[in-house]
Design a protein around this ligand. Structure first.
Ligand code: HPA
Ligand code: ZN
Length: 335
């Protein structure tokens, strides 16, 4: 029997839509688009998912994304993820997409954006899952390329709530993108950034001070800097922690060693997320289940994590209210 956590009302705030590409869909889209993959079966794709660090994952993740070509492909990818959300109590999701992964190989921004946003629109009506979209810049590419991507996104700004920063963290500090984020905020976008996944606490400070982010994506290395922990607690800056990702990418050796429980008990606004569920072995419910068993989290701590997910979202307090009420009622029914 599955844990009651599967049905816990929650939001997801750290999911790369390209990272929800399951091996089955990768193989099917390769066939549909006449693309040769370096694998001869779905099992071979899955067997290749053994990573030593972030970069070894990113190499496969960018290679896999090449099968995405048409608007329909982006629709199908996004729709499959949203169906998972509906089955796992995810009421609202704030999705990252990486336009440069596609525009750099000749796929138009419009194609990517249209496929994703049509699926998001349909999910609201058909699945009852609401959403927001966050454009991530690839930090291993130049600040000039990020600025050009921001300019491409301006005609679509009503459908993109925020910009973020992902890809290879080490050697690409947030400061590299200060001008791009200044411009993005001036154009009305909110900001988030991956920081403190593999990079040092200094990168988290930079994301806060120079990029003025609303949330830190990952942020698990914040524990190394007590002044930073104090700041994050005082300002209740959310961390979008991704437990299964952190184990798959060797940020922690085992789930029992993950610092999520410590972060929570220090009073940080911690949330649980799946990052790249097709690559890391689970969607949001599987991440909740994994930390529940490995860290011995109490029921009230799991409910707190779900509550944090709504509070850390870009939903307005009025929009959060019915979800928080539903969560309270669900928690009472479990007790
Ligand atoms: N970190 C950085 N970049 C990424 C990740 C991640 O966990 N997932 C997809 N792109
Ligand atoms: Zn991520």
């Amino acid at each position: 029997m599955r844990s009651p956590l599967v049905a816990l009302p929650k939001t997801e705030l750290h999911i790369h839509i390209e990272g929800s590409l399951e091996p089955e869909m990768m193989v099917a889209l390769a066939q549909r688009n006449g693309i040769a993959l370096p694998y001869d079966s779905v099992e071979a794709v899955r067997a290749a998912y053994q990573f030593e660090n972030l970069q070894s994952f990113l190499d496969l993740y960018y290679a896999g994304a090449q099968v995405l070509q048409s608007e329909q492909d982006f629709y199908d990818l996004t729709w499959a993820y949203l169906q998972k959300c509906a089955l796992q109590g995810v009421r609202h999701t704030e999705i990252f997409f990486d336009p440069q992964t596609h525009t750099d190989r000749g796929i138009a921004f419009e194609v990517v954006h249209s496929g994703i946003t049509q699926a998001l629109h349909d999910a609201k009506g058909e699945l009852g899952v609401s959403s927001a979209l966050i454009l991530c810049f690839l930090r291993h590419l130049s600040a000039e390329a990020a600025m050009a991507t921001l300019e491409q996104a301006l005609p679509y700004r009503d459908s993109i709530i925020a910009v973020g920063l992902d890809s290879s963290e080490l050697g690409h500090p947030p400061s590299k993108f200060q001008a791009v984020f200044d411009r993005a905020r001036a154009e009305g976008f909110l900001t988030v950034a991956h920081a403190g996944e593999e990079g040092p606490p200094e990168y988290i400070w930079e994301a806060l001070r120079l990029l003025q982010v609303s949330r830190i994506d990952h942020g698990v290395r914040s524990l190394e800097d007590p002044a930073l922990v104090e700041y994050l607690v005082e300002h209740q800056i959310p961390l979008t922690v991704c437990p299964l990702s952190n184990i798959k990418l060797c940020v922690f050796d085992t789930m029992a060693q993950h610092n999520l429980k410590q972060l929570l008990e220090l009073g940080l606004c911690v949330t649980i997320n799946s990052d790249d569920p097709a690559y890391f072995g689970g969607y949001l419910a599987e991440n909740f289940e994994a930390v529940e068993s490995a860290l011995g989290l109490l029921p009230e701590q799991l409910v707190q994590l779900a509550k944090n997910s709504f509070k850390a979202s870009f939903l307005s307090p009025a929009e959060q209210q019915p979800y928080l009420q539903e969560l309270t009622a669900y928690a009472a029914s479990l007790a």
